[in-house]
Design a protein around this ligand. Structure first.
Ligand code: ZN
Length: 425
């Protein structure tokens, strides 16, 4: 080997070690969808596989494949079976996990649909699903060997539903692709849905840091028709037959609007390449919900829709926690104050050095007293708890509808996620 080619060879070895794997080494440009059921109660969590599907697009990241941002109550890892090397990882949260902290979970067992999505592998892989125990500790729940040539991987085409591009600024691998799904719009309300999706897009894109990165955001409107107009258990209705069967009164909380029909939501999202799902509900009743790395759901016609739209996307897109506290809340057992929560915008002070401690100005009191209202600090009352859980600022989009914007720590978390999903290295 001549000297220049030897040097080139060394350089290529260095590059492949330094930059890690390429997307095309292990994956094709389609999605692998794992449908499973989370089953259990307040004390038990089990995973049961439902089916594996190949879907026509991959809208997720093509860089940073073997690392993640350490967010979510659960994570899954994909290993190349031959080398045992980790080739994909992602964190996620689940409605099931929230339900586990309700009184009902103390006395009954239930199952919830859940789905994972990763790029479709070229070779046999091992899928591992894990539950978070602490900031860096995980418990394995499920392990599965997946061969990409398995005949029973379902490859049926997604349902034919009209799709309209609301905004498209970059190719899917360089953009945050948001699939907006119509819920509670009858077939003759398609134009209203497109207008509402346009409004949702404007609400999001006028909020920082989405404004700063709007040239990296694509939004698609998926006009799934519902048999009936409106949403189940809204203030003026009973149960309705709608595209993804969402409803208010999730866990008996009037304003909590969610759907447990996860597989139906994913079937509709599969029509476009996507990183994030937004279910847009045709109702004026106040409410919404957002689950990290799964979906956000909001009421299209409420007068606070602008604020709620962005708040719920903060949950689902960046894993932000609620910064509000109530004396009594259905989810008041969600956080264990003896542990540091994984969400970037709240702290129990157990491992505050892993949060925004190094951004505080010298002399900031921990906890911070309320009169320092314009300063980054450590304010008590967050994550549904009045005591012993803390937030970065007095107010934030994740705390009240009066707040004009996200606090600086929430903005940073959203920006970090945008960069993680859209930059190659
Ligand atoms: Zn915040």
């Amino acid at each position: 080997m001549s000297k220049p080619s030897f040097v080139l060879c060394l350089f290529l070895i260095y590059c492949s070690t330094f930059f890690g794997q390429q997307y095309s080494d292990f994956f094709i440009n389609k999605s692998c969808r794992i449908d499973f059921h989370f089953c259990g109660n307040a004390r038990q969590t089990s995973v049961f596989l439902d089916k594996v599907k190949q879907e026509p697009f991959w809208g997720g990241r093509q860089g940073h494949l073997s690392t993640d941002l350490n967010l979510g109550d659960f994570r899954f890892r994909v290993l190349d079976s031959l080398s045992n090397k980790q080739i994909y990882i992602d964190g996620f949260s689940a409605l099931f996990h929230e339900w586990q902290s309700t009184p009902e979970a103390q006395i009954t067992s239930k199952s919830f649909e859940q789905t994972l999505l990763f790029p479709f592998p070229k070779k046999t892989v091992t899928l591992i699903i894990e539950k978070r125990l602490d900031l860096d500790q995980w418990n394995e729940l499920f392990r599965y060997s997946l061969s990409p040539t398995d005949k029973l991987i379902q490859k049926s085409a997604p349902k034919a539903v009209p799709v309209k591009i609301i905004t498209q600024t970059a190719s899917p691998e360089k953009a945050i692709d948001i699939a907006v799904i119509a819920e509670g719009y009858s077939a003759n309300e398609q134009e209203k849905f497109y207008k509402d999706a346009q409004k949702l897009s404007e609400n999001l894109l006028t909020h920082e840091p989405f404004t700063k990165y709007k040239s990296r955001i694509n939004i698609y409107a998926i006009a799934a028709p519902s048999e009936q107009s409106g949403i189940s258990l809204s203030k003026d209705s009973g149960w309705k037959n709608t595209a993804v069967n969402s409803h208010f009164y999730t866990f008996y909380s009037a304003r909590y609007l969610t759907t447990t029909n996860t597989f139906a939501v994913r079937d509709l999202a599969a029509l476009v390449p996507y990183d994030a799902i937004y279910v847009l509900a045709n109702t004026s009743t106040y409410g919404g919900g957002g689950i990290f790395n799964f979906y956000a759901l909001t009421a299209a016609d409420n007068k606070l829709a602008t604020q709620v739209t962005v708040h719920e996307f903060g949950h689902s897109f960046a894993g932000l926690a609620d910064e509000y506290a109530y004396d009594t809340d259905v989810l008041d057992q969600t956080y264990d104050i003896k542990k540091e929560p994984w969400e970037p915008n709240i702290t129990s002070l157990v491992q505050f050095d892993r949060k925004w401690k190094n951004q505080l100005t010298a002399g900031t009191a921990i906890p911070t007293i309320v009169k320092d209202s314009t300063k980054l600090g450590v304010y008590e009352g967050a994550g549904y708890l009045v005591k012993k859980m803390y937030r970065p600022m007095l107010d934030c989009r994740m705390r009240t509808n009066k707040a004009p914007e996200f606090c600086p720590i929430c903005k940073q978390a959203v920006e970090k996620m945008i960069l993680f999903l859209t930059e190659e290295k």
